[in-house]
Every structure is written in structure tokens, then in C-alpha cells.
Design a binder for this molecule. Structure first.
Ligand SMILES: Nc1ncnc2c1ncn2[C@@H]1O[C@H](COP(=O)(O)OP(=O)(O)O)[C@@H](O)[C@H]1O
Ligand SMILES: [Mg+2]
Length: 236
């Protein structure tokens, strides 16, 4: 059984249905990617998984059904979400943003140790720990958003287009770091992305989303090497 098993997920906004019964799974310790063009429903998928919109179907984490649970109950199950765009509070310092990520935790020593780990992983954040998040560069803010989410000590980390709005070299750096986090901390991840190449490079499994439906899925290598899928859905 996979750590996260999603079955027949239906979700949308008011009367508008966006996800038409998608199924996917993520194994413990692995990275799965959901690839899809603009408007495919990637952000909606993560909103459904985190209880932010009305959802039906099944979301099972480690044997527990999560459909119908509120966002704060989802957070308490240590599902961390790095939302699209800014996952940080601009007027709060780097330090304060990291503390915010750990707000549900009561293991003070563990939180302090994890904060040190984050500063080792992201030395640029250590240098800027008293600086407001809003004054950081785009790449640094994305790193802070990832570090903030890791402070939850997540069972699974959900990432919404970590490449969005960043320069190519910075994007490469973000994905290298995500790959490193997965290997070093064994953090399970579900990444939704338009940037297929880089996302596939750190993933073991992939799902292709088109207008709210999964149209292809399989091991990341297989998806990457499938010419028909590449041309039809990934645009390269
Ligand atoms: N708050 C909203 N209200 C109504 N429709 C929305 C809302 N957010 C997104 N949508 C619609 O849902 C579809 C999927 O959007 P989204 O999940 O943001 O796609 P992606 O993240 O893959 O670009 C789009 O057609 C979009 O217009
Ligand atoms: Mg999106």
C-alpha cells in the first residue's frame, strides 16, 4: 500500500467541476510528479488534498481517510503544502516564517534541531534570518517556502509549481535541492509542475493531468522516454 492513495477525486469551485475523478498514489520515501499545462487542474488537485475546496472521492494517507477533513486537521496529520507563488508571510522574518511552519509541534528540541538543519541546507537563509521574507529574491523566497513546509516534519510534502516565475538556473537549483531533501531526509513528495523535464529528473513516478483527468501515468523514466506522451502532453 502506498503512503498516499487518491481515488476518483472530484473537486471544483461552486458549480464548476475541475477534477473529474482523478486517481494517483505516492509511495513512502518517493517523489511523484503531476505534470500538466496551465489550467489542467494542478493547483486544484493540491487544494483538494489539503481540504481547501469541496471534494469527493477518496484520499487515504497511511490508511486514514481524509476527505471531508478541514485544512487544519490535514496540517495536524503533517501534510505540508508549499502553495503556488509565495508560501511565506512577506512581513515576517525568515526566522518567524520557519517558526510558523512548526506551530503545531510541541517538541521544542526537535523544532530547534530541524531549524538548524534548514540553515545548513539553505545557508543563504541563515545569513538572512532576521530579514523580512518579502525582501528576499524570488529563489530565496521559494527556498524559504520549502524550508517553512519542512519545519512541519511532514509525512508528505506537496509542492505547487516550485519553478514558477524563477530564472532557469534558480529552477535547476530548486529541483537539485528537492532531490537532495528527498535523499537525505527520506521526505515523500508530490510535486505538481509544468516544467516536465526537471520534475521528472527527481521523480520515481509521474502522472499526466489534462483538463482534470489523468491521461497517462507510470514510472518517471517511462513517461520521459515515451515520445507519444511527450509530444501530446508535455510539449517538447
Ligand atoms: N478560484 C477559482 N474559481 C473558479 N475557477 C477556478 C478557480 N481556480 C481555478 N479555477 C479553474 O480551474 C481550472 C484549473 O485551474 P488550476 O487548478 O489553477 O490549474 P493549474 O494549476 O494546472 O494551472 C481552470 O480552468 C481555472 O480557470
Ligand atoms: Mg497552478
Amino acid at each position: 500500500m502506498s503512503l498516499l492513495e487518491v481515488n476518483n477525486l472530484v473537486a471544483g469551485y461552486g458549480p464548476v467541476q475541475v477534477l473529474h475523478g482523478i486517481s494517483l498514489s505516492v509511495d513512502e520515501g518517493q517523489v511523484a510528479v503531476v505534470l500538466g499545462a496551465n489550467g489542467a487542474g494542478k493547483t486544484t488537485t493540491l487544494r483538494a488534498l489539503t481540504g481547501m475546496i469541496k471534494t469527493s472521492g477518496s484520499i487515504v494517507l497511511d490508511g486514514e481517510q481524509l476527505v471531508g477533513k478541514k485544512t487544519d486537521e490535514i496540517v495536524r496529520r503533517r501534510i505540508a503544502h508549499v502553495p503556488q507563488g509565495r508560501g511565506t508571510v512577506a512581513q515576517f522574518s525568515v526566522d518567524e516564517n520557519l517558526d510558523l511552519g512548526a506551530y503545531i509541534r510541541s517538541d521544542k528540541a526537535g523544532v530547534a534541531a530541524d531549524k538548524n538543519k534548514m540553515f545548513e541546507l539553505f545557508p543563504r537563509l541563515a545569513e538572512r534570518r532576521k530579514q523580512a521574507a518579502g525582501s528576499l529574491s524570488g529563489g530565496e523566497q521559494q527556498m524559504l517556502a520549502i524550508a517553512r513546509a519542512l519545519m512541519l516534519n511532514p509525512r508528505i510534502l506537496l509542492l505547487d509549481e516550485p519553478s514558477l516565475g524563477l530564472a532557469p538556473l534558480i529552477i535547476k537549483n530548486v529541483f537539485d535541492t528537492l532531490g537532495q531533501i528527498n535523499k537525505e531526509f527520506n521526505t515523500t513528495m508530490l510535486v505538481v509542475e509544468q516544467n516536465a523535464n526537471l520534475a521528472l529528473s527527481i521523480a520515481q513516478s509521474a502522472f499526466v493531468l489534462e483538463t482534470g483527468e489523468i491521461v497517462a501515468s507510470g514510472p518517471a523514466d517511462q513517461i520521459r522516454n515515451d515520445d507519444a506522451i511527450r509530444k501530446a502532453y508535455l510539449g517538447y
